[in-house]
Design a protein around this ligand. Sequence first.
Ligand code: C2E
Ligand code: MG
Ligand code: MG
Ligand code: MG
Length: 279
Amino acid sequence: RAKQIGIDTYLFFDNEMQLNVSRILKIDSAMHEALTQKQFYLEYQPQVDIQTKRLKGVEALIRWKHPEMGIIPPLDFIPQAESNGLILPLGEWVLETALKQLRSWLDKGFQPVVMAVNLSALQFKNEGLDKSIEALLKKYEIPPEYLELELTESMMMENPTRAITALNKLHAKGIRLAIDDFGTGYSSLSYLKQFNIHKLKIDQSFVRDIATNDDDRAIVSAIIQMAESLGYSTIAEGVETDAQLEFLQQNSCDEYQGYGFSRPVLAEVMEEKFLSAKG
Ligand code: C2E
Ligand code: MG
Ligand code: MG
Ligand code: MG
């Protein structure tokens, strides 16, 4: 029987899967070193007003440059960091680096912008989250309304009652909250109105074919109307073309983000190209 399983397992792992498995193991062990060896860094993607294209915020996106494996995209290591627990120190590093960056921009006299930071499920579940965020805001003297936390629908729906309490705690401190990848999860409408949030981020899968696909057009326009009636603002993700932008403008989406305006960029590029002096 054991041998049978062994053979099945062997057959199951064809060459390509073997490569994937060894890559996963490699990433797992490399990740632990990466934090201390400063292999992680952040890029920032502009979030702009849909009508005026004025800069409103930036989303911090983590990057990992490994000395041998090169650039590893977040979707290749965030889920693993989530399961091996490293996401907690990593998430803390992201929050601190983003707020430190914002402090430096404010010190240089740039206009204030909202700093949007992605949270992982484990971070959101962590009891100490609001305390550690509060400490970081204090350390870098950042008013809470300049921090926006991005959470996904599935993170909230895993335990909606607990999520409502956690959101309320963050909301009460003045921190902004956004639901990321909106439309891909299973938010029930009755919960949605109980979530104390500010913004819905319309997932890029709905935006992609918005210029041509009637279903996607109907979905996006319904999300925008629903958000408006619940008092939430909207931002469309993954906007690449003028045709997509035009539809979103006509349907009164508030902001957009995507390659059509800018890819995620390093902080220096952000300063040179997008941030402007106050006043
Ligand atoms: P997300 O939060 O939904 O971020 C949007 C993703 O779409 C980013 O991918 C961004 O580079 C990409 N994107 C932006 N505009 C366009 C566009 O016009 N077209 C296309 N095709 N893509 C666009 P990225 O940076 O690879 O991040 C992927 C996901 O990894 C993020 O999705 C987020 O869930 C996660 N992630 C990234 N950074 C962090 C982090 O610091 N912490 C946590 N927990 N998750 C993160
Ligand atoms: Mg996000
Ligand atoms: Mg998103
Ligand atoms: Mg997304």
